[in-house]
Design a protein around this ligand. Sequence first.
Ligand code: CDP
Length: 224
Amino acid sequence: MKKILIAIDGYAACGKSTLAKQLAAHLHYLFLDTGAMYRAVTLYLLENNINWLDAAALDDALNNISIAFQRNEDGKIITFLNGDDVEDAIRSMQVSNKVSEVAAVSAIRKFLVQQQQEIGKEKGIVMDGRDIGTVVFPHAELKLFVTADMDTRVQRRLLELQSNDIPVSEQDIRDNLIKRDKEETTRTDSPLMQAKDAILIDNTNLTPEEQFTFVLKLVEAKLK
Ligand code: CDP
């Protein structure tokens, strides 16, 4: 059976990973959350007090970073940093507030993109991020670009963090999303943008099920 690579890019807190997980489970594909990789690097740099603008210190740090993913007994995918479960720690506001600054550094992008390309070699994968359809896999068979209006994104992220017992205010989430949108769309290396051949999905008024049904038709057309 033909296997394809599905690239899902778009703004923060638009439900990209929800969609990616649904698709991966349905198709028996691998799911790769590339944002978790940028978050893990950010956590490492913050915890070890490393200035990411100091090229030598950063280079040393990257040599000491190993990121892996494992499914736990509930079926949830857990991010590991140097063998430690960091799944909750990488979702904290401290990390969210710094991750787009860290993700603008070319040496860090190079380090992670190389790993993502290696993982994606096998096809049969759904990858979500900001630059998957533009930089990591410009030849992906299906590219989606996901967006939603700001109020919807704030409410979704609030629910997500609250359900994981991560304390945060609505205003902090809004400020963070606005800041990251600006930093990600204006950075020089791999800015967030819709690839020419990506399909735009505004899911403001779509339930996860409606979105999934719509996308599944696009996938099936590619598998014919
Ligand atoms: O989950 P959320 O939508 O908040 O973002 P994420 O997917 O976890 O990504 C965290 C951050 O990593 C983003 O805000 C980007 O700055 C960066 N990122 C990136 O630059 N390139 C990617 N392929 C994925 C994430």
